[in-house]
Write a protein that binds this ligand. Structure first.
Ligand code: SF4
Length: 259
């Protein structure tokens, strides 16, 4: 399937359960996905980045103009955003000017939507790059992906396109000193004839151990919501996600379920 793709640089606002009225910013190409992962559940479809592929990303100054207009238009209405949210057709921190864009978004938020939080949904794959962790730490809400507690399950579910070391990623997450939210999606199914299941007891145990090392402000637990590129993946029932959340809470961390 083709997947669901955003066709604008600024989208919404939409009412979101976790973020309230959320105005989205898509720093990725329009009508195409650009990501460092190839998650088997990705709503945008499979990742098709190829070397030499021409990628057109929005320019920081154009984004500032459109964002200012939109925030002015929404100011004083019932859709004034609670959150200005970086999401969209892939991984926002892959934008080469991500740090500059965070700064200009915070400045526009301060002028035109002072109550809104600046939120970023990221897979965390660019944390090794200079300036990315610092830029994310300026945001009010940083939601970073951790779909499992072992390299094996993460490779199966997220299929990072470049070398991935879980121990390195955990070290990078710890640099946030707990000022981050972890987002984790649970599923069961098959990919390439192999079982994929991050709901098994031993997988949850390993994931919990990492959560306790990272000590996030909150853990957001999800199930598949839309059509997935890999067919036949099972949506984990809300009651089961609640049991997982309960284990997180019992370990002393806040957890919410979005199913
Ligand atoms: S990290 Fe996000 S955008 Fe990238 S493949 Fe995974 S779900 Fe899709």
């Amino acid at each position: 399937m083709g997947g669901f793709l955003f066709d604008e640089m600024i989208f919404g606002p939409v009412r979101s359960r976790r973020l309230g009225v959320s105005l989205g910013i898509n720093l990725l190409p329009l009508h195409a996905k650009f990501c460092s992962y190839n998650c088997i559940y990705c709503e945008c479809g499979w990742t098709k980045n190829r070397s030499g592929m021409r990628i057109e990303l929005p320019n920081a100054q154009d984004l500032a103009v459109v964002l200012e207009q939109k925030l002015q238009e929404l100011s004083g209405t019932d859709m004034e955003p609670d959150s200005i949210t970086f999401a969209g057709n892939g991984e926002p921190t892959m934008h080469p000017n991500f740090a500059e864009i965070i700064d200009l978004t915070i400045s526009l938020r301060n002028q035109f939507a002072p109550k809104a939080l600046v939120s970023v949904l990221s897979n965390g794959s660019m944390l090794h790059k200079s300036g990315i962790t610092e830029a994310l730490m300026k945001a009010d809400k940083v939601m970073l992906k951790l779909d499992g507690g072992t390299e094996e399950i993460i490779r199966k579910i997220n299929m990072p396109l470049k070398a991935f070391r879980l121990s390195e990623y955990v070290k990078q997450l710890k640099q946030f000193n707990g000022k981050l939210i972890i987002q984790s999606l649970f599923l069961r199914g098959k990919y390439n004839g192999q079982d994929v299941d991050n709901t098994k007891i031993e997988e949850i145990d390993a994931w919990l151990r990492l959560l306790l090392e990272v000590h996030p402000l909150e853990v957001m637990i999800y199930a598949i919501e839309r059509e997935t590129p890999e067919e036949g993946l099972e949506k984990v029932p809300e009651s089961e996600l609640e049991i997982i959340a309960q284990r997180v809470r019992s370990a002393g961390l806040p957890a919410s379920v979005f199913a």
